[in-house]
Design a binder for this molecule. Sequence first.
Ligand code: PEP
Ligand code: MG
Length: 893
Amino acid sequence: PKFVYAFAEGNKDLKDLLGGKGANLAEMHNLGLPVPPGFTITTDACRAYLHAGEEPTGLREQVDAHLAALEKRMARQLGQPDDPLLVSVRSGAAFSMPGMMDTVLNIGLTDASVAGLAAQADDERFAWDSYRRLVQMFGKTVLGIDGDLFEERLEAAKQAKGAATDVDLDADDLRALVGEFQDLVAEHAGVAFPQDPRTQLDMAVRAVFASWNGERARLYRRQERIPDDLGTAVNIVAMVFGNLGPDSGTGVAFTRDPATGQPGVYGDYLANAQGEDVVAGIRNTVPLAALEELDKTSYDRLLDIMRILEDHYRDLCDIEFTIERGTLWMLQTRVGKRTAEAAFRIAAQLADQGLIDADEALCRVTGAQLAQLMFPRFAAIGEDSPDGPTAIARGIPASPGAAVGRAVFDQATAVAWAARGEHVILVRRETNPDDLAGMVAADGILTSRGGKTSHAAVVARGMGKTCVCGAEDLDVDARARRCTAPGGIIVAEGDVISVDGMTGRVYAGAAPVVPPPVVDYFEGRITADDDTDGLVAAVARILGHADRRRRLRVRANADTGPDAQRARRFGAEGIGLLRTEHMFLGERRKYVERLVLADSDDGRAAALDALLPLQRQDFAEVLEAMDGLPVTIRLIDPPLHEFLPDLTDLSVRVAVAEALGDPVGEERELLDAVRRLHEQNPMLGLRGVRLGLVIPGLFAMQIRAVAEAAVARIRAGGDPRPEIMVPLVGALRELALVGDEARTVFAEVSAESGTEVAFPVGTMIELPRAALTAGRIAEAAEFFSFGTNDLTQTTWGFSRDDVEASFFTEYLDAGIFRVSPFETLDRGGVGRLVALAVAEGRETRPGLGLGVCGEHGGDPESVRFFHDTGLDYVSCSPFRLPVARLEAGRAAV
Ligand code: PEP
Ligand code: MG
């Protein structure tokens, strides 16, 4: 098999094979852009290597051939003593995993060739600095030696010299460091640093392959839901040097601002440096615009190339480049990560420019991104508002959002505190891939060094986490677990701070948060035209297209008039789940207690009579808010014990009262009832339709309340469209009995009121037996609504109330699932039951209405499944409605 591709043989669509970096290097090469010569080893080779533990047959020969071609083209050989060809060995998977895998630069330098490099470059210091970097990177990534050991030596050398940065170390200092680093290698790896260039190359390639399974890479993939079996490609590219003096340098550029999406010149540049220095945020960079003064020719050329790339990819591109003594080289490009806000603006702008059509614009944004735009942000805080929280520092707004939490200064504390439910902000001088677990755990990330392209910024944006970086006024002392702001203000571990990813401001204390403009727009408080920065207009435009495209209707899960009104503003086309039990809580609990305690028909009737007008009023309000739209009212569902006092509390109360000789008559009765109704597995016990069949009159009361509320609405000139939904049905007969009861009540209310009323009666499908017998159940059901919460619980046998906190982390770690099945529908199991019930239900009753009202109705991935399965609507919480609309639109294009 072909394991190695020359750049000329690849293109941008071969990401799976060549990785993102390799595919795009090939694409740029083919566009005639200045890419240093090189070649790519495929992900196939990586997978074969990881599987067998050794290079697949043929790989070595193919590398030989491509290396020979490269040497010929460059007219020198890898590590040639008098004029060495040096190469970089870089990982590059199909999905970008910034900083998660390994890279080794300057392969080919040895004790012999370092002199040749010095002579060729006419720069002794440069050659030893390059060699120093190679031994360090090779030691850390290929030989697995703790990177701090090298950093400590480097730091010591700087101190001995009184040097502020590594640029102040001269050739002799660096030569001495190389010696020390080689000793470190010998001591800690038990082998000498290899002096054969080809051995260096082979070892580096193997290390890059192996880094696919490194701990950080695995964690990142789980977070980003990237499959584990893809492998990485390896790019071997002739080195170009950004560290050859002041007319050299390296940088990162974006064709648009990845934080806001606005077009312009964005990026960071670092003179006399190699790429790692920028990405790791180790030295402070200058804005890209400053390059215009340093090297106008390269700057103009770079801007040209950025235009070419954006037109070619029709999207925001990010770029890594190096300038070697005034010559510009492109080291990487890709369609860049961006914030949610930028994603919407860019999609709308490219559609305006005619570069993409409306469908394409819709596909460029996701429901998850829209959800992010609906998170709260900080209220505008005046610069010196006296009673507001104090601004203590300002950095670069790298990833938007409003994070409030306790400051922590290392990743382990972040993880530990987050696990006990604390909100934390991870504060670091800069982050590196080892901080990843802490970044995942934190609500926000704050660093004192690095620009918009530092590791912290790039990773936080990818995760949708609030991040402020480069807050240089902060002196972060991770060891002492605190940082100091100007004026001597100290933030110690555990102190609450607020980090504003929009403005870059950092506050001591908790700053007040407000709804974001997108929510103000959905709420009708502003219009798309009020918007000054184009975000709301972009969302409105793309969501409008989604609404035109989608086949799925969207309904809301809402229980009260105000909720229903909000749902309507957010685009609800009805209510898919009104949970009536929410109307039994609070004040009304006592009526339910009476209902349960009643030992006679009269007592029960009295309790039901007390509840009837209350329910009627509730329903009337919701029907009014949803006038003209369907409102699916679910009869009471949860286990009775939820409405009764806690068994233990009550036992204690009664026991204490009895011991004191106090009267306990009523409490005693209640306790007996609670004991009688106590269940080991209440979610599998007396609830749902079972409750309705066991407590006579309960469902009839609710159905009557619905019918009477509808009559009142009709008399008031309204258009009420309630639907009665029965929960937890497992057998046709259960539903049939309730259906009969409903029709009796409808007839009674029609006769009493003189207004003819009759409404659809349907069922939830939330037990495996209901799904498996859906063909039968459809005989009595006018509609199905999938209760995927209970269906997931009962299909997996996972208790929905406590299992997620119990062992799901282990299950996720072990790869049993990628994401909680309570969050994203389990297609292979629960999804098959849904599909079966859809097919068999429709066979019995072709016009059967079909919807879903479990939490999955608002989950972006699951919405797509429901579209594919042919449901009529999804129902979700009001706040998720825009997300569901968007995803339903995306599913339809
Ligand atoms: C369900 O089970 O999916 C459902 C919507 O009902 P509830 O969450 O109220 O049990
Ligand atoms: Mg349910």
